[in-house]
Design a protein around this ligand. Structure first.
Ligand SMILES: N[C@@H](CCC(=O)N[C@@H](CS)C(=O)NCC(=O)O)C(=O)O
Length: 205
C-alpha cells in the first residue's frame, strides 16, 4: 500500500493515473503544495510525494519511473534501446512542455507579484506551439509515443497536454487532440479523475 501526498489537480495526478493503470493500491492525501504534510517530507514543499516502504520519494517522473521499474509496467526494461528512446520522449515532454507551462504558471500566480513578468508568456506560448508540431510528427499513427506500447512517457506527455489546455496554451492540432482523447478515455485516467474529485469533496466537507 502506497501513500501519495499531493493536491490532485497538480503533477500528483501523474502518479495517481500511473497507479490506476498498474492496479496498485494507494491512499491519497490531497495536501496542497507547501502545506505541512508535504514539507515534512520535502523541504521544497513541492508535490507529489510518494511514501514507499517508509521512504519519501519526490518528483513525479522519478516516482513514475520507480513504480514502472518496481512493478514492471508501462516501461521498457532499463538498459534497453527502447528504454533510452522512452526516456528521451519523457524528457522531451519535460523540456518542451512541462518547463514552459510551469514557467508561465510561475509568472501568473506562483511567484511574488513583484517578481512576475507577464510578457514572458507570449514567447512561451510560441515555443509550446512549435514543440506541439514536432510532437505530432513523432506520434504519427501511435496509438502511443512508443507505438503500440503505452509507457510512462505517455503519462507525462498526456498530463502536460491536458495542463496546456487548462492553461490556455494553443496546441490546436488534430493528431494531438486525438492522442489526448485516447489517453483521457482510458478507464485508469477516468478512475484517477474520480478519485481526485472524491478526495477534494471529502476534504471540503
Ligand atoms: N519536477 C517536479 C515539480 C514539482 C512541482 O513543482 N509541483 C508543483 C505543483 S504541480 C508544486 O508543488 N509547486 C509548489 C512550489 O513550487 O512552491 C515534479 O515533477 O514533481
Amino acid at each position: 500500500m502506497y501513500t501519495l501526498i499531493g493536491y490532485p489537480r497538480t503533477r500528483t495526478f501523474r502518479a495517481m493515473w500511473m497507479m490506476e493503470e498498474a492496479g496498485l493500491d494507494y491512499h491519497l492525501n490531497p495536501a496542497p503544495p507547501r502545506s505541512e504534510p508535504v514539507t515534512v517530507h520535502n523541504d521544497l514543499g513541492k508535490v507529489p510525494v510518494l511514501i514507499a516502504e517508509g521512504q519519501a520519494l519526490t518528483d513525479s517522473t522519478a516516482i513514475l519511473t520507480y513504480l514502472a521499474d518496481r512493478h514492471g509496467v508501462l516501461t521498457f526494461p532499463a538498459g534497453s534501446l527502447e528504454r533510452a528512446r522512452q526516456d528521451g520522449l519523457t524528457h522531451f515532454a519535460l523540456d518542451e512542455f512541462d518547463a514552459r507551462i510551469w514557467t508561465a504558471a510561475r509568472h501568473t500566480f506562483v511567484l511574488p507579484e513583484e517578481m512576475r513578468l507577464p510578457a514572458i508568456k507570449d514567447s512561451l506560448k510560441w515555443e509550446v506551439a512549435t514543440s506541439a508540431k514536432m510532437l505530432a510528427a513523432r506520434i504519427g499513427h501511435g496509438p502511443f509515443l512508443m507505438g503500440d506500447t503505452m509507457t510512462i512517457a505517455d503519462i507525462v506527455t498526456g498530463h502536460c497536454l491536458s495542463w496546456a489546455k487548462v492553461a490556455k496554451f494553443d496546441i490546436g492540432n488534430r493528431v494531438l487532440d486525438d492522442y489526448l482523447d485516447r489517453l483521457q478515455a482510458r478507464p485508469a485516467y477516468q478512475a484517477a479523475m474520480a478519485k481526485g474529485q472524491a478526495a477534494l469533496s471529502s476534504d471540503a466537507g
